[in-house]
Write a protein that binds this ligand. Sequence first.
Ligand SMILES: [Zn+2]
Length: 193
Amino acid sequence: MRKLDFRPKTVTRVPIPERLRSFLAHVQSQIAAGDDSAVFASDDLLQVEYAFGGLVDKGGDQFDFTYFPGASTSPSWRLRLAKAEILDIALERVNYLNLWKCSDAGCENLFSSAADSCRDCDFVETEVSEVKPSITHLASSTNRQEWARGYLSLFPNAHAFEIIGAYNSHPELGERLGWFSLTEVKDVISKAQ
Ligand SMILES: [Zn+2]
């Protein structure tokens, strides 16, 4: 079990990476077109390789996004943006975001809200003896789909990106069982539901 141990965050002004702007320009075009991906509430109807998200509430104005500035799923930026902000960024009228960061200088995760919790800094492991044997047990999986099913049985609400991140953080797994594609993990998730 992971228990929340929230640490206060400080605000920082961050230049908007071109990759993030390009994703938000795509989001803007879907909004303008009235595409389903921007009309229905979802966690991930809008996505590219390095970012995903969706409309928070149907008929609402706010979108939540997770953006990966590097090559992997860590670090990540958690962004909440209104339609007007997305438009401003897409049109290059806004070039900076005010985001919150952890006090740990080694943490590169960023958040739109000071109240967001950081998965790397704001949780402590509890009941280690209860959970760890199960995760360790997963290492004996004979193929990566079995590993993903096992991970889902431990963390039923895990998102595909989280599963891939957890798997990739143990390189010996990938070397033995191969690496996941996003489609493959999503397939395991849909079958587990
Ligand atoms: Zn952090």
